[in-house]
Design a protein around this ligand. Structure first.
Ligand SMILES: Cc1cc2nc3c(=O)[nH]c(=O)nc-3n(C[C@H](O)[C@H](O)[C@H](O)COP(=O)(O)OP(=O)(O)OC[C@H]3O[C@@H](n4cnc5c(N)ncnc54)[C@H](O)[C@@H]3O)c2cc1C
Length: 469
């Protein structure tokens, strides 16, 4: 039984807290300055432990640097895990990518597309470029790799501020906010892998955001894991995008023309949702199967969101969760293959397809995409075509995903210069916040490129920290 003495036993007096000051008109509060504990153990600090961050941290540690990841969520993996993504594009092109493939296979946690003969021409870069994985095992793979490489991982500690040294050219200290309070961290080099460019933005680096003056990006999506009584029955109905493989081309019953199986499957699923009297906000609602009766359900779109508007992102998340539950309940009501269809979990974070793109020493543009540009300091090649999701519900209803806004695509390279901040000498970027325009980003944003970029940038950050760059 908890006694009064026991209850108060753990309490520690915290001392007086300085009063802040409210600016005269009441619209602003001035926070008092305070001393923070500083940790300067790391040579390289990686902000954000998603696909790019894990790859960067592991590569930097293997190159001999002492590396710490500061991560907002309670797990590594970013959109892969906290975002419950489950589908992978353009992956078979980096050492770290192949290692992740091998490790997932060892856990039996990967489903490779089987395209059949007619689909094989879309897999000319190999079956391992696109596949489905189980998110819980992806967490384990990210954690195993970091632990084995000696990366220190600090979870639930978002970077909330960044300060420069006296020269003004280098990031010197970043600040996190967690259950430990505010903490300061120092390193020789920093890598912004927050997806949203938080570290760079806090350090005062320039950035672009989304499309058009409002900075609204591609729509965001709250993914969910769903269960059903008979997964085979759902697959037999032709509703599952990865069965047969995503890029298998079959005659589309709607048009009579050969069409990618994913589109056919998602239109069938949409028809079922409509039969249940529901209209999904995403024009191509999708089911990926990764275990017998267990699927990823990607059916929602939230339009016109800016990642730096916390209230708008919160409202969108709550709206999205309600929608996903309603869509699942609607399918379950239809019975048949949908018997027992239920949401097992919604993602911890709504998935942002794009947000801040920090300014680098080079900006990858639509012209580079059209030209299939190559660079002497290339870190990887993006083979994934431009994939813009309709920016509002009307555009999404006409064509939900895969829009290219008239930009012709050729595989193009990404130079290291696009991953090094223009406005700070010791700050690199990896993943979707590197320096590119809206169109180039719509290609390199997928996780295969994020990992490949992360690996190269991690090595570069370690070299610079060791005084070799
Ligand atoms: C709905 C959706 C569907 C997609 N579909 C596919 C697909 O089918 N296949 C594919 O390959 N790609 C897909 N993508 C793209 C892909 O998931 C992302 O572009 C990819 O995750 C980028 O990796 P990243 O590491 O740059 O960012 P993220 O995965 O976003 O990781 C960023 C990490 O930083 C952390 N973080 C954020 N802010 C802070 C902070 N201030 N301090 C510390 N940590 C912070 C986050 O918690 C996260 O762990 C999709 C994306 C979305 C949103």
């Amino acid at each position: 039984m908890l006694t009064r003495r026991g209850f108060f036993g753990g309490a520690v007096a915290t001392g007086a807290v300085a009063a802040g000051r409210t600016v005269a008109d009441g619209g602003k509060f001035v926070e008092p300055a305070r001393d923070l504990p500083v940790d300067d153990w790391a040579d390289v600090i990686v902000a954000g432990g998603g696909p790019a961050g894990v790859a960067a941290a592991v590569a930097a540690a293997r190159a001999g640097a002492k590396v710490r990841i500061l991560e907002l969520q309670g797990c590594l993996g970013g959109v892969w895990t906290a975002g419950l993504l489950t589908y992978i594009f353009d992956f078979n092109k980096s050492e770290t990518g192949w290692e992740i493939i091998r490790r997932l296979d060892a856990y039996g946690a990967r489903v490779v597309d089987r395209p059949g003969e007619e689909g094989m021409r879309y897999y000319k870069r190999g079956l391992d470029k696109d596949w489905v994985y189980e998110p819980e095992y992806m967490k384990a793979v990210c954690e195993d790799m970091c632990a084995e490489a000696g990366v220190r991982v600090t979870l639930q500690s978002p970077v909330t501020a960044a300060y420069r040294d006296a020269s003004g050219r280098n990031v010197e200290t970043v600040v996190t906010e967690s259950k430990s309070g505010r903490q300061a961290w120092r390193a020789k080099t920093f890598v912004d892998c927050t997806g949203d460019g938080d570290l760079g933005a806090r350090a005062g680096c320039g950035f672009d955001m989304g499309f058009g003056p409002e900075g609204w990006g591609q729509p965001a999506t709250l993914n969910a894991l769903v269960v059903v009584d008979d997964g085979d029955a759902v697959a037999r109905g032709g509703f599952v995008s990865n069965e047969p493989a995503m890029w298998t081309f079959l005659d589309n019953p709607e048009t009579g023309k050969p069409t990618c199986h994913h589109i056919v499957a998602s239109h069938r699923l949409k028809a079922e949702l409509r039969r249940a009297g529901l209209e999904p906000s995403y024009g191509d609602p999708t089911l990926f199967r990764f275990h017998r009766n267990l699927f990823c359900f990607m059916a929602n779109h939230e339009y016109k969101l800016r990642v730096d508007d916390a209230q708008a992102v919160s409202d969108a998340t709550l709206r999205a969760r309600k929608e996903v539950l309603a869509l699942a309940a609607g399918l379950a009501r239809l019975g048949g293959p949908w018997k027992g269809f239920r949401v097992a979990a919604t993602a911890e974070q709504i998935g942002q397809r794009d947000s801040r793109r920090l300014h680098g020493r080079y900006t990858v543009t639509r012209d580079d995409v059209t030209a299939g540009a190559t660079f002497p300091d290339a870190v990887t090649t993006s083979y994934f075509g431009i994939d813009i999701h309709g920016l509002d519900k009307k555009a999404n209803d006409i064509r939900a995903a895969g829009q290219n806004f008239g930009v012709r695509f050729r595989p193009f390279q990404i130079p290291l210069r696009a991953c090094r901040a223009k406005d700070a000498d010791n700050l690199y970027m990896a993943g979707r916040c590197i320096s590119g325009d809206f169109y180039a980003h719509a290609s390199y944003r997928v996780t295969g490129s994020s990992v490949a970029i992360g690996e190269a940038v991690g090595k570069a950050a370690a070299c610079q920290a060791a005084g070799q760059a």
